[in-house]
Design a protein around this ligand. Structure first.
Ligand code: ADP
Length: 447
């Protein structure tokens, strides 16, 4: 049984994990950079260890420091959260080598799914539809040009190690492909230290729909339904909801089965997400698998009543899932807005600084996951997401209304945030009528 968990993360997700541990009677160790000494996760954990300087490459990304902190404090497991080392196969492996439980899938699975070209090849074997494109890595621009002529423009050059929408270039013709190919490789090299890219058909006006799966060490794999994450800016999610009202019950079942099949194919254990694009003809295509907890997991928790982080901890200590597929029921509708300390009038430039005053909304079906408090100084070194506002109501319409009221009530005094922008998106007739796709926000910003 896990007695003590080291949380290898910061911000709201570290707080989220610490809470789940304490609810299960598990002790917690926080790690923090010198800049994070006053952060909430440090205050909530039972113990805290400083692991280095503010820059993540000198703290939250230093595997040895984190492992030393775990061993020194007698932790028996590490929860990586999302971002940082959460999808670093080598880190997962090192945890196990140090006699620690890594709360996530086996390192070999992280490695094979982290290579997006390889992940697609694996999905083809599992019989899951993938976006048409190259068979693996394309090293030569001429090969890319030839393939693009075959599959037809527009095409997307994507980084094999991609994440957060970086290393992606769209091309409508050969000229754009030639420049995009070089640019994508350079960006991929700079962002991931891996310049390998692959080619994919660009699916026009798709919805991003992903399926949450949960698997135990005894071969049980269950899906917890889908999330619709089609409100995006620069290929990054802003608003997520569950269930998706773009798909019907038949497609819901099919996507769920495809996700379970995909997880079984790779011997998946713990929480994971299979991401799909769904086009206007309701054809679906696998794009990638995330082998970790996701930012948007709360919307699934709201409609299923299952605590995903607690389930991660239980599965990691060898427990069987306490629910089967037949037990999973979806109740009502949930929406999440990501609140970022960014200035929408300045192209969403990060806006760190002192939070002078703070008021969080509340009430029935309103949830806030956050790592900030009044008097907290938002730091410039890390991701600009400062809170997630999640609402749950009987219908989508009611959830939108509840979110509008909650956003109106939310005050973060001292820094610019995306609260008003989120309100605008949420109140737009296209969103309200559920007629948006992944290009909606960029169209809105051009208006
Ligand atoms: P990352 O891991 O960098 O976030 P993903 O593969 O998950 O990249 O894609 C992120 C987003 O980029 C998707 O949700 C979608 O909006 C867009 N995207 C990715 N691949 C395609 C594609 N083939 N066609 C159209 N849009 C795409």
């Amino acid at each position: 049984m896990i007695q003590k968990v080291l949380v290898a993360n910061r911000g709201e997700i570290a707080v989220r994990i610490i809470r789940a541990c304490h609810q299960l009677g598990i002790q917690t160790v926080a790690v923090y950079s010198t800049a994070d000494q006053a952060s909430l996760h440090v205050q909530l954990a039972d113990e805290a260890i400083c692991i280095g300087e503010p820059s993540a490459i000198k703290s939250y990304l230093v595997k040895e420091q984190i492992l030393s902190a775990a061993l020194m404090t007698g932790a028996d497991a590490i929860h990586p959260g999302f971002g940082f080392l959460s999808e670093n196969a080598q880190f997962a492996k090192m945890c196990v080598e140090c006699g620690l439980i890594f709360i996530g899938p086996d390192s070999s699975v992280i490695e094979s799914m982290g290579d997006k070209a390889n992940a697609k090849a694996t999905m083809i074997q599992a019989g899951v539809p993938v976006v048409p494109g190259s068979d693996g890595v394309i090293a030569d621009c001429e090969v890319a040009v030839k393939l693009a002529t075959e599959i037809g423009y527009p095409v997307l050059v994507k980084a094999v190690s991609g994440g957060g929408g970086k290393g992606m270039r769209l091309a409508y013709n050969e000229e754009e492909l030639r420049t995009g190919f070089v640019a994508a490789r350079q960006e991929a090299q700079a962002s991931y230290n891996d310049d390998r890219v692959y080619l994919e058909k660009f699916i026009e006006n798709p919805r991003h729909i992903e399926v949450q799966i949960m698997a135990d060490q005894h071969g049980n794999v269950v899906h917890l339904g889908e999330r619709d994450c089609s409100v995006q800016r620069n290929n990054q999610k802003l608003i997520e909801e569950a269930p998706s009202q773009f798909i019907d019950e038949a497609l819901r079942i099919e996507l769920g089965q495809a996700a379970v099949q995909a997880a079984k194919q790779v011997g998946y254990v713990n929480a994971g997400t299979i991401e799909f694009l769904v086009d206007k003809y309701k054809k679906y295509y696998f794009i990638e698998m995330n082998t970790r907890i996701q930012v948007e997991h709360p919307v699934t928790e709201m409609i299923t009543g299952i605590d995903i982080v607690q389930t991660q901890l239980r599965v990691a200590q060898g427990e069987k899932l306490t629910f089967s597929q037949a037990d999973i029921m979806f109740k009502g509708h949930a929406i999440e807005c990501r609140i970022n300390a960014e200035d929408p009038t300045k192209n969403f430039m990060p806006n760190p600084g002192l939070v002078n005053g703070l008021h969080f909304p509340g009430g029935n079906g309103v949830r806030i996951d956050s790592g900030i408090y009044a008097g907290y100084k938002i730091l410039p070194y890390y991701d600009s997401m400062i809170a997630k506002l999640i609402v749950h109501a009987a219908t989508r319409e009611q959830a939108i209304a509840k979110m509008q009221v909650a956003l109106n009530e939310l005050i973060v005094d001292g820094v610019e945030t995306t609260v008003d922008f989120q309100y605008e998106v949420l109140s737009h007739p296209i969103f309200k009528q559920n007629k948006h796709d992944t290009g909606f926000v960029s169209q809105l910003l051009e208006e």
